[in-house]
Design a protein around this ligand. Structure first.
Ligand code: GRF
Length: 195
């Protein structure tokens, strides 16, 4: 079995990244995490990646200013250098241009903390509570040029319970995220045929 080479793009603590690294330890897992890229220097997840012996790179977005494509070309150079097959966005707080998305069609996936198509964008937990919904959750989906709109791969649901705050709900959803992201990557890495 040739394992797919995966890069995880992060901006923060990287708990979903850690869940992917953990899952990929299994001998029968069809992917290996070989690269972690952060757009934020010092992001917590970088240290976790390094502690796991994974190449951890910072591509600081600041020097690129508003030139989003120049930033993405710097990211792409690392992805190419590491011969990446699949890119996982995991708390990567940056909207990508159609250019980078186009390089990774059907090979770039994201985790979003809502049951898409509900609650695209930010502050999903607060908005779900404000609306009084009883079900909430997380979605792994393919990345397309339109924000949080690509085909859904897998969803996980949680109950919204009386007294929930955005924090308590986020914690319940995060547990589900850590289950469904490794499952979704397994599906994609198994299905995806190298061209
Ligand atoms: C997660 O809730 C993810 O769904 C969202 O950002 C958060 C990242 O958390 N896109 P972590 O960095 O994986 O811990």
């Amino acid at each position: 079995m040739s394992r797919k080479r995966v890069a995880v793009l992060i901006s923060g603590r990287g708990s979903n990244m850690a869940a992917l690294i953990e899952a990929a330890r299994a001998a029968d897992y069809p992917a290996e995490i070989v690269l972690v890229i952060s757009n934020i220097p010092g992001a917590g997840g970088l240290a976790t990646a390094e502690a796991n012996g994974i190449a951890a790179v910072t591509v600081d977005q600041k020097p690129f200013g508003r030139d989003r494509e120049a930033f993405e070309r710097a990211v792409q150079a690392h992805l190419v250098e590491h011969r990446i097959d699949i890119v996982c966005l995991a708390g990567f707080m940056r909207i990508l241009t159609p250019w980078l998305v186009g390089q990774w069609e059907w090979r770039m996936i994201n985790i979003h903390p809502s049951l898409l198509p509900a609650y695209k964008g930010l502050d999903t937990h607060a908005r779900a509570i404000a609306d009084g919904v009883t079900k909430h959750g997380a979605t792994v989906h393919f990345v397309t040029a339109e924000l949080d709109a690509g085909d859904v791969i897998l969803q996980g649901e949680v109950d919204v319970v009386p007294g929930d705050t955005p924090e308590t709900l986020a914690a319940r959803v995060l547990k589900v995220e850590h289950e469904i992201y490794p499952q979704a990557l397994r599906m994609i890495a198994t299905e995806y045929k190298l061209i």
